[in-house]
Design a protein around this ligand. Sequence first.
Ligand SMILES: [Zn+2]
Length: 580
Amino acid sequence: MKFPATKSLYSLGLLCVLCASVVNGFALDREAFSFTNYDLNVQVEPEQHRLGVRGKVTLRNDSQSPQKVAVLQVSSSLDWRSVKAGDQAVQFVTQPYTSDIDHTGGLSEAIVTLPQPVAPNGTVELEIAYEGVIVLDATRLTRIGTPEEAAKSTDWDQISPGFTAVRGAGYVAWYPIATEVANLSEGNSLFEVLGRWRTRQSTSKMHLRIRVQGDNDERPQLLVVNQSSCQQIYEGIGRSSLSSADCTYQRLGLLEPLFVVGTYGTVDRPSVRVYNLETHAESAEVYAGAAEKVVPLITEWFGPPREKAKTADLADPNAAAYESGALLLTPLGGGNSTQAGLSAAHQLTHASFLSFRPWIEEGVAHFAQALYLVREKGRPSALEYMGLHRASLGEIEEKTTVPRSDDEVNRSLVNTTSEELYRSKAMYVWWMLRDMVGEAALKKAIAAYRPEDDKEPSYVEQLIAAQTQRDLAWFFDDWVYHDRGLPDFKVESAYARKTGTDSSMVTITVDNLGTAGAEVPVIVKFKGGEIMQRLEVRGKNKAVIRVETPAQPQEILVNDGSVPESKTTNNIFKIEPTDK
Ligand SMILES: [Zn+2]
């Protein structure tokens, strides 16, 4: 049983109150208010699976009209206890609200009648209290047909005596949110709702005091949070313990607060701290060792670490990894050092480099993984890794049904809320920039990046322009400011002419059938070797290149995999042997 039977009765009773008083006559604008500030005291009792929260929230009316009603939402497994405004209890009713933004597939809403209407841009402070349990619950996934095991390995959040991990908005609404319904069975609905939430919360703050009560602990329960500047205290009192953290989050939209509690051992190195479950001590050493080896590469590209990267072990060996800033949650069972280095490269990049734009923040972190593979195993290995990302890009290319003109702006890297775009596509964009301007220039541009100066979408373009003679306006236009889809290269023709006893000159025409331009490698293969040159081919355009080869050319290949392409079956051209 997930919920005590009394809970559903309680909710039903409130539902009827609601029918009579609130819903009558007007529609709720659930996204009218943003939470500009949270000040929360959170009590976690793992033995009881329990979470209790007391605190204050400041709401700002972001709508165009005065608002008399505010909606506060927490997970459906939590119950509202009180809402006050300036020491006065205010009238509120609670109701369940079906939405896939929470792992339970539902929210518990408090619909609050404010003491007076709040004008547009006006704020109101509310004192709140709610509590309940957070248990493993993958309802939102199982009800759309995800197999139980897979669903539980995705939605692994829970408070339990053995292991506690609770992520924020998008997983568990353990702090109040205010969102319209998100439906996993309707395309991108969840990502859109979450995207709007993150945009609205982009400058919101949270002061979080969290206390975890442990009973009869033989080993200390360590509390891990995704914020580096917390004051953390651990006290053992008799047979019980208390772990607490006092944290301030400056930009919630970027870093949704989360907490993890486990009987962890730790491996502490200069740049990384690994929290491992008892059976994973060896893997933790492997991870920490691999991470330390990646630090010089990351420092070279993204500067020295601003904070220590943290990795916390997940109890379920199949649990999907999750990252939040410089904290990575992942099952540590593997112990493969290349895999460890690969994920450490991503994590350490977040510890070194900060941007408030997802395509930059996540794009460079995935790009760093490709850089790591180039250094460890060479370019083909990096291209193969990027190829895994390309598959998801190809899928969303096909899924696109909205007319391109709207999409061009909404789905551009600077605006998108789609992870495939701001992760996979952005990674390719950074990789292509490296290929086009060279490592030295791109490193200088990245070193000059200051998140506080990044006010215009064109900021990165300007930083790169300062380091190169090349005009890349067309590239940013096609890949960053608009979503022009992916290129589709085709070798239209290739003519070889003998220039000596063995040498030849081959003239190659490459057609780009797609609408996004790119500079693409053209590889000429001949007996005993190959030559690679780069050719800029704008969208819906052709370009010609001449390549001299020391032997008769046999085959032309356009694109080595470094440019994401919608169709790769037309990339090879065989040259018929000639005797002239
Ligand atoms: Zn990341």
